[in-house]
Design a protein around this ligand. Structure first.
Ligand SMILES: Nc1nc2c(c(=O)[nH]1)N[C@H]1C(S)=C(S)[C@@H](COP(=O)(O)OP(=O)(O)OC[C@H]3O[C@@H](n4cnc5c(=O)[nH]c(N)nc54)[C@H](O)[C@@H]3O)O[C@H]1N2
Ligand SMILES: Nc1nc2c(c(=O)[nH]1)N[C@H]1C(S)=C(S)[C@@H](COP(=O)(O)OP(=O)(O)OC[C@H]3O[C@@H](n4cnc5c(=O)[nH]c(N)nc54)[C@H](O)[C@@H]3O)O[C@H]1N2
Ligand SMILES: [Mo]
Length: 765
């Protein structure tokens, strides 16, 4: 058996088919900490949910395009590739002629698979741009709140999200790590595009060896590796801002804040201090006040503030903290707190965001631009903040606020998705189903019968990365990996590129889209021009043939420990920040001028609307944390061995505190029903004391398996609210939701999403 190289979002590997046709996978030899998720890969080729042939929803085929509540409830008819592409190209022409390019929504958010050329979104956007453009999406579900608010606070999102302090600097200098959301090791194996060497688990081990003091602030103990001797503060979810304000209040009240730093590098501190002392609203944001909200004792808060002031302290906030209502506030409050400590720009001090959220945060790999496919230019300027998809489809023509501007939702007639799964990633899936009934046509390219494919009209089967040639490299990756074809395409699956090239030929834009190249010729071309550009800078990399033969190579090291923050500290005039004041804006006059009560001009405690009045909390007293799964990437390869091994009673596992379970008569291994007024799902109970009582945890990614408004498999997005973080950023708020849980009495309905939907080979019923 010959093993061939490839890579995935969770790391590089080599793989081959054994004599029985089973995929055997070996981690990259240079990876010090290979991801357990590699164990899901064999299912990519064998999952019964692989789409075998192009398929069209019967109602669309028989009645033609148009809004249809039957979407997601009807059988499919298999058609030939020619018929599928003829019908789709005619429909694209119709929508463009009757409604204009703006009526095509091609945001197509999602992670697709690793590989730079066959990146599904790049391919789709390039195609749609050649066709005259499309309504696009901005920002991410990952950090869509931070990416809007950070430029107002520090003038840049990128330098916070991508170029913060490196782990080696933290390991060598930090004395106290205050980790809001912890540093969940489960998440660090993942980086978009994948990394070949997973360094972060090693850095976490070094933190333990150096006895760095860690304050773990999270409802879940598992958010920090056990080997780190941490002090665990089991905070009530969504109250971190209150804790941060009380820490800030303690510093101010005790005179422990760095006046010099605040004067020289920041603006607005005095107004913020008035807020901390309750000068205008009469509420002093002290430790006693925060204790009632957070569930952390006042003495612990005062003690932590004092230790922060007397140690080299690094404050980190995982991205999950901003994936909630008012998610701007914990990010802004943490920066204000770090500013009061005066250690921003010092080695091992200051503020970090996303440590433990993604593998590249704090990694030391080279920051290297590898070859990629140009998407061209989108002539259509219409866009939505990405998490407003259902609002857009349900409310065409409606006005909404975004980052200080008023915008209007377009009237979408055709939705085109390649490489993403909104029925995984979006909130309130029962509402999303209604939204997906609105357009005339929904097109999905997928290898698998995901819930999104099942809610489409035209379903086009695509290859996985294992079935094609490509090259791959993630952010901060040490290697460029040659991705060889490891298996033949499943069924009639085609590459996204081949599908779009077929459409482009029918639409008269083939030359613009393909430039006359095959996929293999594109790889050689992109690599070749990149290699030439590098040579011009005196950097020499192997020829394409050598690269391909060797399976990859180590990228030249561009490692640097310089951060924007150190430069700013050294000279805040020459290196002024890109904010209106040039400084860190503890108060932003600009944000204040927008007049948003859900995002005022400085960090503030705002109660989640979901809780307000206490009425919902009385009916649904548990806070469900819907975080990232440790057994897979989102919904990908949910049928894989690692994902399946962790299911309880055949469903996604929900973690519950034994006190909460006992009160409800729930035992370990029971099937439970998790519900609120938006929907309900079944899950398998897993009792554990490592989480705060009153909190339950159900990760995202179990495939949506609807029976009415009930998901029988355990997808938390039937429960989450489709509300934005605020009018400022319109970010995703899927991380938390209020629920009640009960033991499921009787025989639970079986899982059916592990099999394809009903498909006919002929049009006759
Ligand atoms: N409740 C709640 N919801 C959340 C979150 C949360 O914290 N809580 N987190 C959010 C976050 S941060 C994110 S990033 C999103 C993730 O949401 P998504 O990125 O949409 O989730 P994935 O399951 O990775 O979807 C990628 C899809 O692409 C398909 N695919 C893979 N390779 C190819 C290819 O080559 N071509 C094509 N056409 N398709 C391919 C896969 O089969 C898969 O179905 O979820 C969000 N949703
Ligand atoms: N294995 C695996 N790794 C992944 C992914 C995956 O699907 N699988 N997805 C990747 C993607 S796309 C992204 S964007 C990142 C996401 O990175 P994050 O958003 O940081 O990841 P989560 O696991 O959703 O949340 C991290 C932790 O925050 C804690 N938390 C939740 N709410 C609160 C709160 O109110 N206060 C405090 N203090 N803590 C809270 C939870 O206990 C949770 O485990 O992960 C990436 N890594
Ligand atoms: Mo994400």
């Amino acid at each position: 058996m010959r093993l061939r190289p490839s890579t995935s979002h969770w790391g590089a590997f080599s793989a081959g088919l054994d004599e029985n046709g089973h995929l055997q996978v070996a981690a990259h030899p240079e990876d010090p900490a290979p991801s357990p998720l590699l164990g899901n890969l064999p299912s990519a080729l064998t999952d019964p949910n692989r789409i075998a042939a192009p398929a069209i929803r019967r109602g669309w085929l028989e009645r033609g395009p148009g809004p249809d509540p039957k979407r997601g409830h009807e059988d499919f008819v298999e058609v030939s590739w020619d018929e599928a592409l003829d019908l789709l190209s005619a429909e694209l022409r119709r929508v463009r002629a009757d409604h204009g390019n703006e009526a095509i929504y091609g945001g197509s958010y999602g992670w697709a698979s690793a590989g730079r050329f066959h990146h599904a979104q790049s391919q789709l956007h390039r195609f749609l741009n050649a066709f005259g453009g499309f309504t696009s999406s901005r920002n991410t579900y990952s950090n869509g709140t931070s990416s809007v608010v950070l430029p107002h606070i520090v003038g840049t999102a990128n330098d916070v999200l991508r170029n913060g302090s490196s782990w080696p600097t933290i390991v060598a200098n930090t004395e106290l790590l205050v980790a809001f959301g912890g540093v969940p090791e489960k998440n660090v194996f993942v980086t978009p595009g994948g990394v070949t060497r997973h360094h972060t688990p090693g850095f976490l081990a070094q933190l333990a060896d150096r006895d760095v003091e860690v304050a773990l602030i999270s409802p879940l103990r598992a958010d920090l590796p056990q080997r780190l001797a941490a002090r665990w503060y089991p905070i009530r979810p969504a109250t971190d801002t209150a804790l941060m304000l009380a820490l800030a209040h303690t510093l101010a009240a005790e005179g422990l804040h760095d006046r010099h730093f605040l004067d020289r590098y920041c603006t607005g501190y005095d107004a913020f201090e008035r807020y901390l002392f309750g000068a205008d609203d009469g509420t002093v944001k002290d430790a006693a006040w925060a204790s009632a909200l957070t569930g952390i004792s006042g003495a612990d808060i005062v003690d932590l503030a004092k230790r922060m002031a007397t140690h080299r302290t690094f404050i980190t906030v995982t991205w999950s903290l901003q994936r909630i209502e008012h998610g701007e506030q914990p990010v802004w409050a943490a920066i204000a707190l770090a500013a009061m400590l005066g250690q921003i720009g010092l080695p091992g001090g200051g503020f970090g965001h996303g440590y433990g959220s993604m593998g590249d945060s704090g990694d030391i790999g080279p920051n290297f631009q590898v070859p990629y496919l140009s998407q061209g230019i989108n002539p259509v300027k219409q866009f939505i903040p990405v998490a407003r998809i259902a609002d857009m489809l349900l409310n065409p023509g409606t006005r909404y606020q975004y980052d200080g501007t008023e915008r209007t939702y377009p009237d979408i007639r055709l939705v085109y998705w390649a490489g993403g799964n909104p029925f995984h990633h979006h909130q309130d899936l029962n509402r999303l189903r209604n939204a997906f009934a609105r357009p005339d046509t929904v097109v999905v390219h997928e290898p698998f019968w995901t819930a999104t494919a099942r809610h489409a009209d035209i379903v086009l089967p695509t290859t996985t990365a294992l079935e094609r040639e490509d090259f791959g490299s993630g952010r901060r990756d040490t290697h460029l990996v040659a991705m060889h074809r490891i298996a033949e395409p499943c069924g009639q699956a085609r590459d996204d590129y081949a599908i779009l090239a077929g459409l482009a030929a029918r639409l008269g834009i083939e030359e613009r889209f393909t430039e006359g190249r095959t996929a293999r010729e594109w790889l050689e071309h992109l690599y070749g021009t990149w290699r030439q550009r590098l040579a011009g800078k005196g950097i020499f990399v192997p020829s394409f043939e050598e690269f391909w033969e060797e399976g990859g190579f180590r990228l030249p090291n561009m490692e640097t420990d310089r951060t924007l923050w150190a430069d700013f500290r050294a000279d805040p005039i020459a290196n002024r920040l890109a904010t209106p004041s040039g400084r860190i804006e503890i108060v932003s006059e600009k944000v204040a001028s927008f007049g948003y009560d859900d995002c005022p001009g400085h960090p503030a405690w705002l109660e989640p609307v979901e809780w307000s009045g206490g009425e919902r909390a009385a009916r649904f007293p548990l806070v469900l944390i819907a975080n990232q799964p440790h057994t897979r990437l989102h919904g990908q390869l949910d049928g894989g061995a690692v994902s399946q091994a962790a299911k309880v009673a055949g469903r996604e596992a929900v973690r519950l505190h034994p006190d909460d379970a006992g009160r409800r008569g729930i035992s370990d291994g029971d099937v439970v029903r998790i519900f609120n007024d938006r929907g309900a799902c079944l899950a398998g109970a897993l009792l554990c004391t490592d989480l705060r009582p009153g909190v339950a945890q159900l990760p995202t990614g179990a495939w949506f398996d609807p029976a009415g408004s009930l998901c029988v498999h355990g997808n938390p997005n039937v429960l989450t609210a489709d509300v934005p973080s605020s009018r400022l950023s319109q970010g995703c708020t899927g991380q938390h939701v209020l629920v009640e849980i009960e033991r499921f009495a009787g025989e639970p309905p079986g899982i059916v999403v592990n099999r394809p939907p009903v498909i006919s080979r002929t049009r006759e019923v």
